[in-house]
Design a protein around this ligand. Structure first.
Ligand SMILES: Cc1ncc(COP(=O)(O)O)c(C=O)c1O
Length: 398
């Protein structure tokens, strides 16, 4: 049977369409399977191996016991919308109307999908940075839009501002920003954020910003682009509770935007999931209300983990980036004599009992060539796991 439909566009957008027209399995699935068969430590996928704060977990249990188990309102439970609005005011000085400018979604992923599907017409252009989170390419293709990228290059993975200027034009409908950035861990400098706002005005584009790692920065502030002068009226800001509260499996996300954008996005979102995660919504609301000390502590803990894994990678002989945020560090395997990160990642579980993923899977083939020896490792794991990984990686230098 020939299966037709939009699936191939999604697969192609995420670099998963094989040359024979079949869908290649994702490198994440392949590497996770390899971790299982070899017993290697899986630093390939970005999910924490410890539970988040007890207040958040207890609130979910209380909500289930308290009968919050049916469809919540389409835009999300008021308790969570209020908490999101308060959070944006408390951390960033952005004052929002929780009834008109906040929309709860099934993770940041649904927020991205509903936003892009709602705002794009066939042939519209979307500018993202590259490497890019794989869902971006898939959703842009599902929307029949054109994906343009601006490269981020080692060592700091900041954009060249002239290349950014050159990528945006009058056909650009959306500039899709991701800071802190997966997979490179970079945080966009203020001048790049300001230029994005300027270009969005000049070309009448909408800014969509994915800020799921907003609370996981190391020594640099997270500046939401919506907080810059002139940005808010044309910006959709997306985040999620998964990374901040170690609840990636709950899939509680949200977006904040001007009312007319929320209305348009809701028109699509209601036919994707309609609603999700009723009892987890008040639990994430409880998390958003935790004191500043909680937020300072999660960033400090993660920074210590970054330093631990980075030191291990450095002493193993990699050239290592210094991520300013996220769960991820990028290591160059070239100094160890490995120029192809895809084959290196297949060998690494056998060589050192550790799994990483090649950066090339987050890129179109043209960019991938320049990133051929780069590997992404996740450090959102327990300290003892990272210590073991660091010790095992040290074997590579022997
Ligand atoms: C940049 C980025 N955006 C979105 C997501 C997905 O977030 P969620 O699980 O809330 O859908 C991730 C998860 O890894 C991510 O790294």
């Amino acid at each position: 049977m020939t299966v037709t439909g939009a699936w191939h566009r999604a697969a192609r957008g995420a670099n998963l369409l094989a040359s024979d027209g079949s869908i290649a399995s994702t490198i994440f699935a392949e590497m996770s399977a390899l971790a299982v068969t070899t017993g290697a430590i899986n630093l390939g996928q970005g999910f924490p191996d410890e539970d988040g704060p007890a207040e958040v977990l207890d609130a979910a249990i209380a909500a289930i016991r308290g009968g919050i188990n049916q469809y919540p309102p389409g835009i999300g439970l008021p308790v969570l919308r209020n908490a999101i609005a308060e959070h944006q005011g408390r951390f960033y000085g952005i004052r929002l109307d929780p009834d008109r400018e906040v929309l709860v979604t099934a993770g940041a992923t649904e927020a991205l999908a509903a936003t892009l599907l709602a705002l794009l017409d066939d042939g519209d252009e979307v500018v993202t940075f590259e490497p890019f989170y794989d869902a971006y390419g898939a959703i842009i293709n599902l929307a029949n839009a054109v994906h343009r990228t601006v490269p981020l290059r080692a060592p700091d993975f900041h954009p060249d501002l002239d290349e950014l200027r050159a990528a945006v034009n009058d056909r650009t409908r959306v500039i899709l920003v991701n800071s802190p950035h997966n997979p490179t861990g970079s945080v966009l400098p203020l001048e790049a954020l300001e230029l994005i706002v300027e270009l969005a005005h000049k070309h009448d584009a909408i800014i969509v910003t994915d800020e799921v790692y907003e609370h996981l920065t190391f020594g640099v502030p997270h500046i939401p682009i919506a907080s810059l002068p002139g940005a808010r009226d044309r910006t959709v800001s997306i985040s999620s509770g998964g990374k901040t509260f170690n609840t990636t499996g709950w899939k509680i996300g949200w977006l904040t935007a001007p009312p007319e954008l929320v209305t348009a996005i809701l028109a699509v979102k209601q036919f994707l999931t309609y609603v999700n995660g009723a009892p987890f919504q008040p639990a994430i609301a409880a998390g958003l209300g935790l004191p500043d000390s909680f937020y300072a502590e999660i960033a400090a803990n993660l920074q210590a983990k970054r330093d631990l894994l980075s030191a291990g990678l450095t002493s193993a002989g990699f050239t290592v980036s210094k991520p300013q945020g996220t769960y991820f560090v990028v290591a160059d395997a070239a100094p160890l004599g490995f120029t192809n990160a895809v084959s290196f990642c297949r060998e690494l579980p056998h060589l050192a009992g550790v799994v990483g993923v090649p950066i090339s899977v987050f890129c179109h083939p043209e960019y991938a060539a320049g990133a051929a020896s780069l590997v992404r490792f996740a450090f959102c794991k327990r300290v003892d796991v990272l210590e073991r990984a660091a010790a095992q990686l040290a074997e590579l230098s022997r």
